[in-house]
Design a protein around this ligand. Sequence first.
Ligand code: SAM
Length: 456
Amino acid sequence: MENSRDLPLLPALSDVLARQIGLHFPPERWPELLRGLQGMARELHFSTLPDYFAQLLSQPLTRQQIEILARHLTIGETYFFREPQVFEALQCHVLPALIEERRQSTRQLRLWSAGCSTGEEAYSLAILLHRMIPDIAEWNITVLGTDINPQALEKAAAGIYGEWSFRGAPPWLRERYFRHAGKNLYEIIPAVRNMVMFAYLNLADDTYPSPAGNTGAMDIVFCRNVLMYFEPEMAARVVEKHYRALVKNGWLAVSPSEISQTSFARFVPAYLPGAILHQKSSPPPKPEQPAVTISAKVVEAIRPKLPKTIRPTAVATAQKIDVAALLLTARTHANRGELPAAQELCQRAVATDRLNPLGHYLLGAILQELGRSAEAALAHKRTLYLDPEFVLAHFALGNIYRDQHQPHVAAKHFDNALLILEKQREDDLLPESDGLTSGRLMEIIRSGTRKEDKAA
Ligand SMILES: C[S@@+](CC[C@H](N)C(=O)[O-])C[C@H]1O[C@@H](n2cnc3c(N)ncnc32)[C@H](O)[C@@H]1O
């Protein structure tokens, strides 16, 4: 067995792990890292550890390598209503007002368990909402669970748990929300199962928040017992991305032990009994200004960023540039979770230039986040009418029809998306997707349709 001193590539490898997965292995943890890597090298039939290292360092890690490393080097420990004070704080101090506010407006709530492991945390959040909202069937609820470990995600999607996942949980949990699924096994009831979606997401990536990944405009993000394993700089970047993923006044929960390690400077701490939550602070009020004013300098700066469909030619009209500026501003509002403002700007852009597919697409994405699926579908159809190859519009329509239990129409749109994507290179970045590549979108579509085939 090699010793960490005999492996000159170990510092380079721990650097790669920090950058691409977030995991922090300072020298004092190298013996532990080495043990994990030795297990992996054996599993993958490498004759020596340096051979395995050489392969890992030869090029950026592939998704498969990341999954294997994450499976061996991370800890997936979790259980229902872990650190119950945080759930009590939500139940008593955060959710009552939030539910009341939404009852008067959109009847929509979006929660995210980031680093959800086998799903107990995401289901705990869904159960809490189910208990607090008697007419939940009338609401548009999203509970998203994401993780880097696909095996954990499969278990989460199956929703079947052993006794150990219920340690410390109150008796009503199993009685009311689970049914027997074999000896000492319990399956979550469909009413809660259907509230939760699981997806792969590497928190070290820059692909979130994004409407395409459904990771924007969140009301509450739980990212607990994940950042403690991260390299400090990466932990700070993840917190920043969660800040952007939240709506104004949204909430972030981390585990108590993570609070002292990471900076939450942009959040306002709320000291609740037994728990500290972080609230996204409202930005300072801006001076009154006309809705959109852009200088010639700004126009020049944004010109190269405009998608081909609306890139102004040498004789660009002021109208087209106005539309581009409206859409950029709409995007900024949408990313901040200010959906009504984003919607209004998109509508102005669409009214100014009805033939611009991007305007219809953004409007569709925003309406979808507002829970107005029928109008969103219409906007996406207009996008496709103007640009039949607008792959994200097919993807969005697939998701809308799947949620509306129209699997055949959904399948048609997913198939169309795949046909378009197959013509592209896997690492091509998709416009308007915040960094999503063609290959990644193909994986998302294929894994979603495989799951549906299994369920059918
Ligand atoms: C200890 S579990 C936490 C589960 C749950 N949040 C809780 O507090 O009970 C940590 C999870 O973080 C996941 N994880 C580690 N690095 C990750 C990354 N870069 N992106 C996404 N998930 C990651 C692991 O796969 C593991 O499932």
